[in-house]
Design a protein around this ligand. Structure first.
Ligand SMILES: [Cu+2]
Length: 159
């Protein structure tokens, strides 16, 4: 998706600025993807020394009907991804299964996935990712087509 690529480039520019000492990564420069129903903003994972990480991103539902993130898969790697609902959210079928649960995105609302709440866990990453690596992930939704995104590995947790 060309638009996504252009946004990704500006995101990399922000990452480069971070190297130069500007730690804040302005949200306006975050990379994004969309399918007509959902807009995905700035998927990223903090670099760490293990093969497990938490993928953070924002899901904005720009439609007038509810949408649901069903699953996420890594493309071109052996990583296993699990969709983890927020602790304390309404009980959801599938929550306790190894495959994870799902995350609802109400009409017109933005749901932020992060370590603080609902998120996506990546396990069995093929190597320990270093900052500025990236990997491809497909997000699968209940009522609209899947979205391919690139998850950026970052050394900062952001603002
Ligand atoms: Cu970004």
């Amino acid at each position: 998706m060309r638009l996504g690529f252009i946004r990704a480039m500006s995101c990399w520019a922000a990452a480069f600025a971070a190297v130069l000492g500007f730690c804040a990564q302005p949200l306006a420069l975050a990379h994004g993807y969309k399918n007509g129903t959902i807009e995905v903003k700035h998927p990223w994972m903090m670099a760490n020394a293990t093969t497990t990480g938490i993928i953070s991103l924002k899901l904005k539902n720009v439609s007038d009907h509810a949408e649901r993130l069903l699953s996420a898969t890594a493309k071109g790697s052996s990583a296993r991804l699990r969709v983890v609902p927020a602790v304390g959210s309404a009980p959801q079928a599938g929550t306790a299964s190894p495959a994870g649960g799902w995350i609802d995105i109400p009409a017109g609302q933005t749901v932020e996935l992060s370590a603080k709440g609902a998120h996506i866990v990546a396990e069995g990453l093929p190597k320990s990712f270093a900052a500025y690596d990236r990997f491809a992930v497909t997000l699968v939704f209940a009522n609209s087509r899947a979205i391919d995104v690139e998850v950026m590995v970052e050394e900062h947790s952001g603002p």
